[in-house]
Design a protein around this ligand. Structure first.
Ligand code: HEM
Length: 448
């Protein structure tokens, strides 16, 4: 009979492997044991799930029975009770307060701001130079979310803010540590210093809100008790939007430029599309629907390297998955978009970078929850429209102006913390392209 997962004695060898190579290990477990893998680490049960129907059950249909996992929401001082980490009625209330600002029609207004941030970034790139793409994408995405939501690019404090975010993330990803947050190890001390830096920067921001913006809306909003929201909760929401809003998009774009630099055929199709559609102009909200291949490229990047590579929930009550599989109260469930996106049932030859998988016809051939870079259900990413718009604009604008090419000997290793980062900074050589007018007039037929 086929086993459903690991036996307890396998943990001695499997946990070190998981620590060393989380991505490879989770794929191997699913290849060996199927779409439901039992991991005997916590009582009463822990499972890793990749079946789209199980995912629908946990994230969508019966989502009220599942909460975000407490130890993944470690580091309370960092994100506090912001939207990413809060639960229950507080989460529902806060989501309803923030949601209108993330509506597609609101987000579309950010397109020009995002393009200005891109242009600001690439204005210093010189033909033939090597550029630290990780560094550039981090500042660009922080600037894009900062300008769009807070009318501040944070360029003056970007280095210390990004460093503080990374320290917090490294601290929160210490999933196998049982020490409390207050225990004074060097890592905890660094973490407390980092949160103090973040607090100072957010304090400055809150003391000078721009009228009419997202921040003044937050300052005027009512909390769950009908009173003005506490300063602490507003701080938590700002940190959450800034961190979740730049970190994910930054990771995706870094992986994207890495993939494109190694696939000149795909890069060249991308160039063709941006040249034809944009005809030398900067991308805008009007051109985005025509950048179809660019959108497919971004979708495929998110498939191969989903920034939120693992989600976790715990069952607040007993439940049952299809086929009568019982989940006792307190069960921990891992849902890995990375493992799901590499399931050959939905994505044959999953390690191949192939944007054609997102051709409109092929998208419908798979179950919808076989592709979940933004999660699903009640806790689906609130910033999905922003993230997708930003992804397409950045790819299009940079591909219009530059080729990004690999440098010999550059090592690229994933570092899966809370998000799927790169361990070493990515450096690429930039080659300026000449702005081209349309070479495919049939795309823009004139009335005859
Ligand atoms: C490519 C870009 C992005 C990706 C791949 C991404 C991915 C995700 C995923 C998978 C979740 C669900 C986590 C879970 O269920 O446990 C999530 C939640 C969230 N994301 Fe994003 N995200 C992106 C961009 C953004 C942006 C631009 C913002 C804000 C400006 C943002 C803010 C949030 C927040 C606040 C939540 C928590 C929502 C809630 O629980 O109600 N994200 N994101």
């Amino acid at each position: 009979m086929r086993r459903h997962g690991l036996e307890w004695w396998q943990l001695f060898t499997e946990i070190p492997k998981r620590e060393k190579d989380p991505l490879g290990t989770i794929r191997r477990w699913h290849a060996l044991y199927g779409p439901r893998v039992r991991i005997p680490v916590r009582s009463p049960a822990s499972w890793s799930l990749t079946d789209p129907e199980d995912i629908r059950h946990v994230l969508v249909t019966n989502n009220m029975n599942y909460r975000k996992v407490g130890w993944l929401t470690l580091g309370r001082r960092f994100l506090g009770d912001g939207l990413l980490t809060s639960a229950g009625t507080l989460h529902r209330h806060q989501r309803s307060v923030l949601q209108p600002s993330f509506h597609r029609s609101e987000i579309q207004k950010s397109a020009d701001t995002i393009v200005q941030e891109i242009d600001r970034t690439i204005s210093s790139w010189k033909d033939g130079e090597t550029v630290n793409i990780s560094h550039e994408m981090a500042r660009l995405t922080l600037g894009a979310v900062g300008q769009s939501f807070f009318q501040r690019s944070f360029r003056d404090v970007a280095d210390e803010l990004l460093e503080a975010f990374l320290t917090c993330q490294r601290f929160m990803a210490r999933w196998s540590s049982f020490l409390p947050e207050s225990f004074p190890t060097p890592k905890t001390i660094r973490y407390h210093r980092a949160t103090a830096t973040i607090d100072r920067i957010i304090d400055d921001l809150m003391s000078a809100p721009r009228p009419g913006g997202f921040l003044s809306g937050l300052l005027a909003a009512r909390g769950i008790d009908g009173k003005p929201m506490s300063r602490q909760l507003i701080r938590d929401e700002i940190v959450t939007i800034l961190w979740a809003g730049h970190e994910t998009a930054c990771n995706a774009l870094e992986w994207g430029w890495y993939l494109l630099s190694r696939h000149p055929d795909i890069e060249s199709r991308l160039h063709q599309e941006v040249d034809n559609v944009l005809e030398g102009r900067a991308p805008s909200i009007e051109s985005v629907p025509h950048l179809k291949y660019t959108d497919m490229v971004f979708a495929e990047i998110l498939r191969m390297y989903p920034p939120a590579w693992i989600l976790a929930r715990w069952a607040i009550g007993e439940d049952e998955l299809s086929g009568g599989m019982r989940l006792p109260e307190g069960s921990i469930l891992f849902i890995s978009p990375y493992a799901i996106h590499h399931d050959p049932r939905w994505f044959p030859d999953p390690d191949t970078f192939d944007p054609e998988r997102f051709d409109s016809a092929r998208r419908t051939e798979r179950p919808s929850l076989s592709y979940i870079p933004f999660g699903a259900g009640q806790r689906v990413c609130i910033g999905e429209h922003f993230g997708r718009l930003e992804g397409v604009l950045v790819l299009a604008r940079i591909a219009q102006r530059f080729r990004l090419m690999p440098i010999q000997g550059q090592r690229v290793t994933p570092e899966p913390l809370l998000t799927l980062r790169m361990k070493q900074d990515l450096t690429l050589a930039v080659q300026q392209r000449r702005l081209r007018k349309s070479i495919a007039p049939y795309l823009h037929t004139t009335a005859s």
